[in-house]
Write a protein that binds this ligand. Structure first.
Ligand code: SF4
Ligand code: SF4
Length: 471
């Protein structure tokens, strides 16, 4: 029976239930078969590169500094070798906004390409954990038999070995993520030092090892189907023009088993889908892509490879399942640059331009000079008016900085440091005070803006303004 002969309520059943959850709410374990084909090979290469980068990341040092560090507790970040501090928070906000818009833009154009190719959850599950499972427990059929069978010595060895390896990899992942947060050297000292000195660090490593183990050994595709916020909201971003892993229903239907295509008449009326279910048995979320684009589809391309293999065998062109949009599958053409895409693109370009401009204006130091709270002005004899200022200089670079503060205007203002301004150590903020004086006869009543130049080794790093008050 082809899909167009089935009563609509049966066809639509897939909308009412998850392939991985039974009607009584219990879990239906997905035994996905290992795909083979050009997309799986390409994904393996991409995943290998990303995994190498992920695991090597915390160990890459440039000029003695980590290449990547996201030290939240100490609010110190190094991204691609560039140090950032909390003073750069505006850049982080802009980056977060640009990322959100780029996710919306790329999802609207190319669906869940992130999920299938780049997401760590998919990469770890499909490229590492599931491969180990296939290697130790065998094919999906063998896995199901093993799970259903009694606890024989063979089963205990296979399960024990698999779970020990799973936990070992989860432990490595937890250590790697912690190394990104606290740095490689701090992690090594947790690992090698007296455990009693690092109970919190060891507790975090243990906790996250168990979390990763639980996700990859048990929770699996449920993370994409239930927990992932992106998985939830991508459904409002895609439309019929979005390019996604799509079944060409015009070419495929009416589907029918190959063995039933024995008459000239049946053969000429049949679509290319031979209803072999090879696209379903490889699907890691257990769905049938022939039902159309579904929330559970992570665009992993396994069904493309499986179907291409079948098409090869029955001597039909590849691509019954392929990257295309619903509109293109139906009408042969699609309009990728819809008004919505143009709007996303415009907002994205604007945000990136602002981000690029702000980044180019980013200074090596960030200085705040403010009149001392609770003070106005002081008379300095009969000749001058003075204001006390608090100074905060943050060094956002690698290496200590010799700092000199000069008054750029007004020219007749003078400065008396009430503490040291230099050196400002790397990634620290130095606080000091100073007294600024302006001759009484040239002090403007009310507010005068004073412009300071912040110098290091004769090079101006930034200019700062502050208000001087006179009677
Ligand atoms: S693998 Fe291809 S031919 Fe087989 S059921 Fe899926 S879509 Fe049809
Ligand atoms: S339907 Fe195809 S692309 Fe989507 S998750 Fe299943 S196998 Fe992957």
């Amino acid at each position: 029976m082809s899909i167009i002969d089935v009563p609509i309520e049966d066809v639509e059943n897939f909308r009412n239930e998850l392939a991985s959850i039974d009607r009584d709410g219990s879990r239906k374990w997905i035994y996905a078969r290992q795909p083979k084909g050009r997309y799986y090979t390409a994904r393996t290469i991409v995943a290998s590169i990303l995994l190498i980068f992920l695991f090597a990341g915390p160990h890459i040092y440039v000029n003695g500094h980590p290449f990547m560090l996201l030290n939240l507790p100490e609010r110190m970040f190094i991204v691609f070798g560039i140090p950032f501090m909390p003073q750069d928070f505006h850049l982080v906000v802009l980056l977060a906004l640009s990322s959100l818009v780029s996710v919306a833009l790329f999802t609207a154009i190319a669906g869940r390409i992130w999920c299938g190719w780049i997401c760590p959850q998919t990469i770890f599950l499909e490229m590492i954990f599931r491969r180990i499972e296939w290697f130790i427990e065998g094919s999906p059929k063998e896995q199901a038999t093993l799970n259903a069978g009694p606890w024989s010595p063979k089963k205990m060895v296979k399960k024990g070995l698999k779970h020990v390896i799973f936990f070992g990899i989860s432990f490595a992942i937890a250590n790697t993520f912690l190394a990104y947060i606290i740095g490689r050297d701090a992690l090594i000292s947790i690992q090698l030092d007296d455990p009693m000195n690092h109970l919190a660090g060891l507790g975090i490593i243990t906790l996250f090892s168990f979390v990763f183990y639980a996700v990859f050994a048990r929770f699996r595709e449920q993370a994409c189907l239930i927990a992932c916020p992106y998985g939830r909201y991508q459904s409002v971003l895609v439309d019929k023009n979005t390019i996604a892993v799509t079944y060409d229903f015009l070419r495929g239907e009416p589907r029918g088993k190959q063995k039933n295509r024995n008459t000239e008449h049946t053969h000429s009326n049949s679509g290319d889908c031979i209803d072999c279910h090879q696209c379903v048995v490889v699907c890691p979320t257990g769905i049938d892509i022939r039902n159309g684009i579904q929330l559970e589809c992570v665009n992993c391309t396994a069904c493309i490879d499986a179907c291409d293999h079948v098409m090869n065998k029955i001597d039909k062109p590849k691509g019954l399942i392929r990257y295309t949009s619903w509109e293109a599958a139906k009408n042969g053409t699609a309009n990728i640059f819809t008004a919505r895409i143009k709007a996303y693109l415009a907002v994205w370009v604007i945000l990136l331009t602002i981000l690029g401009y702000m980044f180019s204006k980013r200074t090596e130091t960030e200085t705040l000079i403010l009149r001392q709270p609770g003070t106005t002005f002081v008379k300095q004899g009969n000749d001058a008016i003075g204001n006390f200022f608090n100074v905060m200089i943050t060094n956002k670079t690698f290496g200590d900085k010799e700092i000199e503060i000069k008054i750029l205007s007004p020219k007749n203002a003078s400065m008396k440091p009430l503490g040291s301004f230099t050196p400002v150590n790397e990634f620290t903020t130095l606080e000091s005070r100073m007294l600024i004086s302006i001759p009484k006869n040239s002090a403007v009543s009310g507010k005068t803006m004073i412009q300071f130049g912040i110098y290091s080794n004769g090079k101006i790093l930034e200019t700062v303004q502050s208000a001087f008050i006179a009677p």
